[in-house]
Design a protein around this ligand. Structure first.
Ligand code: FES
Length: 113
């Protein structure tokens, strides 16, 4: 009998760190412009109806290499992300996750808790 490797989990979210560390001299994603990158990712996902959630989170443990982005669950990191990377990230997300027909609604961070 041949054992098969378990299938990789389907990507459901793209995580982007918007953490700003307490001490301004410590590297952080927000200090490197990740909030604007999150805005661009959300706009791109919305405009292209990509079937993925954009989640703004506080730290992916890669503070010296940010802005940090990760596909989840279990996807690889995209580090040192810039505006120039957004179109390729959106292309990759669309290829992996596909598109949806309905309007995804407002970004999660605007829904409140
Ligand atoms: S501050 Fe973004 S990974 Fe830690």
């Amino acid at each position: 009998m041949v054992e098969q490797e378990p299938a990789a989990p389907a990507i459901k979210s793209v995580l982007i760190c918007i953490n700003r560390r307490f001490h301004g001299d410590q590297p952080s994603c927000a200090a490197r412009g990740s909030e604007a990158l999150a805005d661009a990712l959300e706009a791109g996902v919305r405009d292209r109806n990509i079937d993925v959630k954009v989640e703004r989170i506080k730290c992916l443990g890669q503070c010296t290499k940010g802005p940090s982005v990760r596909f989840a669950p279990g996807g690889r990191f995209h580090l040192g992300t810039t505006d120039a990377h957004i179109p390729a990230l959106l292309d990759e997300l669309e290829a992996i996750c596909g598109t949806r027909d309905e309007d995804p609604g407002p970004p999660l961070h605007l829904l409140g808790s």
